[in-house]
Design a binder for this molecule. Structure first.
Ligand code: SF4
Length: 360
């Protein structure tokens, strides 16, 4: 499997891949490192002039390490993600201090340097030292997720581990350094030129014949996108105060959640509802029951509503205030009320009906 996969990619790369990029055709780990870091978040065409200028100014580890950081940042200016430049500079200093300016051949040592992750270390090791190790950047994750039909967001730890295992399984067997460089370049080129994020050019792909995503028309949904961030959850108690066949509603202030709509009094779930009614709405009530939680989604959070059914035990002063009212359920349905209140009205109606049924 791995030989066939690697063979197809290498043959494709020779004929259709990129061959004239300024950082290709070298086994200098420093040049490879600089290009890999620049390419981490930036398009090839943007990187080319920056790379050439950077390499003219700092042709080796020593010149970069000894340059003032301000100068490094100035040459990086416009590329963005400036932590990359700071990490390059710091790593060059560490390489000079600890390794005399030479790159250690051990990938695990490279990975300890600031800004060099597992995939970047593998790219340096494969291109510069011909080591048989795989890269796994975003492009390669996309290729593998589609080719094998691997579902799940690739940034998730378990999915990423599966992708690393898969990528390692596909490495050419006993490759020489030229093969490793071609294979690594082929992965990069396929992701950049053919198996692109949007509208992959499957007709040109050397993997098309047995690509799961292509065969099952899944290229638009693989790799699985990042899950939407889960919304914060808030909780509130809503008080359904009943007096015979009427319920109590308050009008919300004009701005804010449900602004200007009629709602049940709302309070924190740990507040005492009987005390709240006495103090805030001048009603003496007793608790009848707690109703099941009702969930409601807003754009920025979810609200868990804990409704409490309360019975008026001693009428307070009449509701002269324009933002308070006693209405029947039918009348309430005619008012401007939000969806959860509508749902709570139906629940309350059911409770009323069952009470009436019991009392008959
Ligand atoms: S066939 Fe299409 S989806 Fe599959 S690896 Fe090739 S370009 Fe990507």
């Amino acid at each position: 499997m791995s030989q066939a996969f690697a063979g197809r990619l290498i043959r494709w790369q020779l004929e259709h891949g990129r061959h004239g990029l300024p950082w290709q055709g070298t086994s200098d780990p420093y040049a490879i490192w600089v290009s890999e870091v620049m390419l981490q978040q930036t398009q090839v065409l943007t990187v080319i002039p920056y790379y050439q200028q950077f390499m003219r100014a700092f042709p080796d580890v020593s010149s970069l390490a000894q340059a003032p950081l301000e100068r490094v940042l100035a040459l990086w200016s416009g590329l963005g993600y400036y932590s990359r430049a700071r990490h390059l500079h710091r790593s060059a200093q560490l390489l000079l201090e600890d390794y005399g300016g030479e790159f250690p051949h051990d990938r695990t040592v490279l990975q300890r340097l600031p800004g060099i992750g597992r995939s970047t270390a593998a790219a340096i090791a494969a291109f510069a030292f011909g080591e048989c190790c795989t890269i796994l950047d975003g492009n390669v994750k996309r290729i593998l997720a589609r080719y094998f039909g691997i579902r799940g967001y690739p940034g998730e730890r378990a999915i990423e581990a599966q992708l690393w295992q898969t990528a390692e399984r596909l490495l050419p067997q006993g490759p020489d350094s030229k093969t490793m460089a071609s294979y690594t370049q082929a992965l990069m080129d396929l992701g950049a030129l053919v198996c692109t994020r949007a509208r992959p050019r499957c007709q040109l792909c050397p993997l098309q014949s047995d690509c799961v995503a292509y065969r099952h028309d899944q290229t638009a949904v693989l790799p699985t996108p990042k899950p939407r961030k889960s919304l914060p959850v808030k909780a509130a108690a809503h008080l359904i105060v009943i007096d015979h066949n009427r319920i109590f509603l308050e009008k919300r202030p004009p701005s804010g959640i449900w602004g200007g709509l009629w709602c049940f009094p709302e309070l924190a779930v740990d507040q005492d509802s009987i005390d709240y009614c006495a103090r805030n709405i001048n009603l003496r009530v007793s608790k009848v029951t707690e109703l099941p939680c009702l969930n409601h989604g807003f754009t920025h959070f979810k609200l868990c509503i804990y409704p409490q059914l309360l019975r008026l035990v001693m009428p307070g002063p009449s509701c002269a205030a324009p933002d308070r009212t006693w209405v029947t359920i039918e009348e309430a349905r005619e008012l401007a009320i939000p969806v959860p209140v509508k749902k709570l009205l139906s629940i309350t109606e059911t409770v009323f009906q069952s009470c009436n049924h019991v009392s008959q």
